[in-house]
Design a protein around this ligand. Structure first.
Ligand code: ATR
Length: 285
């Protein structure tokens, strides 16, 4: 990374932040296009978030990514947020437009691009079962509903949380079919039998663990998407693969949420293959 007198910064704020793969991905992209931009990680404690966000204006940063634990709290510090960010209740990308900070959420459309890349080409005809009802699930649901998915089923360990998400989504997506199911092995058999896409949005799988699911009942040819990308193949993906299903992990979602951010900041087409290579090398070297 070269810095000149004219270098502008794109930041990422999180706590902790050292694990983030975004700097490697974005700096590879900036360098490929010969842009005088640098992507720099900053560990920002929750109590310092307001000062850090004001710093974006004060130091004329090009923009920023926002990650855990700041995605919700940052909203009130911005000048404007996109409709998706409002619906999801979280911002992961900020654009600095001459001192006005615009917050967006690129996780939801990043997820949709990754899903389509994995072969989900007809979402309007697809029934999707989502595991989890946290922030990642919210982003996935908003993306899927924007794409007019045929049916959405939210399954969560704490059923009340899934119901709250359902109520929240129904307020905006009035015509879509959205239902809630308990995380119950027997009850899920019926849901799985006509499910086209199963998505894990929980962190289960990161530690070699798995949720007990009736995968044998899953419709033949269904796609199984796990947002976990480390390990590259979770137990869920291994089991699904054994049963003959198409599978995909979450690294492409990380890539595409970054691609959308890159294009927001630079107004240029992102060099996707270069960014993808850098990301994969950093994740799995
Ligand atoms: P994120 O923002 O990454 O989605 P989150 O908001 O903490 O994280 O949500 C984590 C999700 O994973 C929740 O849906 C959680 O279920 P609960 O609402 O019941 O807590 C789910 N989850 C976490 N650990 C789980 C486990 N061992 N089994 C099943 N679901 C789990």
């Amino acid at each position: 990374m070269k810095c000149s007198g004219g270098t502008q910064i794109v930041a990422i704020f999180g706590c902790p932040i050292t694990h983030s793969l975004s700097p490697v991905m974005h700096n590879a992209g900036f360098s490929e296009l010969g842009l005088d931009l640098a992507f720099v990680p900053f560990e920002v404690r929750p109590a310092d978030l307001k000062d850090a966000v004001n710093g974006l204006r004060a130091m004329n940063f090009k923009g920023a990514n926002i990650t855990v634990p700041h995605k919700e709290e940052v909203i009130e510090l911005l000048d404007e947020i996109s409709e998706d960010a409002f619906l999801i209740g979280a911002v992961n990308t900020i654009e600095n437009r001459a001192g006005r900070l615009l917050g967006t959420n690129t996780d939801c459309m990043g997820f949709i691009r990754a899903l389509k890349d994995a072969g989900a080409d007809d979402l309007k005809k697809s029934k999707v079962v989502i595991l989890g009802a946290g922030g990642a699930a919210k982003a996935a649901c908003v993306g899927l509903l924007r794409e007019k998915v045929k049916e959405l089923v939210i399954v969560n360990r704490t059923q009340r949380k899934a119901e709250l998400l359902q109520e929240n989504l129904k307020g905006t997506f009035k015509k879509n079919k959205i239902s809630v199911m308990p995380l119950d092995f027997e009850a899920l058999k019926g849901e799985f039998s006509d499910c086209d896409i199963l998505v894990n949005t929980t962190s289960v799988g990161m530690k070699g663990d798995s949720i007990k699911l009736p995968l044998e009942s899953l419709k033949a040819g269904a796609l199984v998407y796990d947002m976990v990308y480390n390990p590259p193949k979770t137990k869920l993906l291994k089991q699904a693969e054994k049963l003959g299903h198409k599978t995909e992990n979450g690294l492409n979602m990380l890539l595409y949420q970054g691609v959308i951010g890159f294009e927001t900041w630079t107004k240029k087409e992102a060099p996707i293959s270069v960014m993808k290579q850098a990301l994969f090398d950093a994740a799995y070297k």
